[in-house]
Ligand binder design. Structure first.
Ligand SMILES: [Ca+2]
Ligand SMILES: [Ca+2]
Length: 128
């Protein structure tokens, strides 16, 4: 799914696209995702985006701007001037589940979370 489809999908099942707002939540996802035994090279959409204003990243699901981040080296780079949505990437040789800004219409897996109001967010994944 692209980022917009991912957003709609999570809402359609009563969830939200994931927001990773702390090292705790990052670590939680890093432990959770491998247990699903999905492909070892994959990307997962989060609710992070700078669609509203270039360079100012916000978690759309919570409305909060980034205070914690886990970008890969060299990211976010807004490549081709058209990368506005944040994915978590699993690639051999690079820190797993590190973040990249990517074109919002690219296809990725979807990382949903249960409820943005609680600090202990529950996460789930749908394949692209
Ligand atoms: Ca951007
Ligand atoms: Ca990028």
């Amino acid at each position: 799914m692209n980022w917009f489809e991912a957003w709609e999908y999570c809402r359609s099942i009563g969830l939200h696209l994931a927001s990773i707002e702390s090292k705790y939540e990052q670590t939680f996802v890093e432990i959770f995702l491998p247990r699903l035994e999905l492909p070892t090279t994959e990307a997962y959409w989060t609710s992070g985006t700078d669609l509203g204003k270039e360079g100012q990243f916000t978690w759309m699901a919570t409305g909060r701007s980034f205070t914690f981040s886990f970008f890969r080296p060299g990211e976010p780079n807004n490549r081709f001037g058209s990368e506005d949505c944040i994915e978590m990437v699993v690639t051999p040789g690079v820190t797993s589940y590190s973040w990249n800004d990517r074109n919002c219409f690219a296809k990725a897996y979807v990382l949903c979370q249960q409820d943005v109001r609680y600090p202990d967010k529950l996460f789930g994944v749908s394949s692209s």
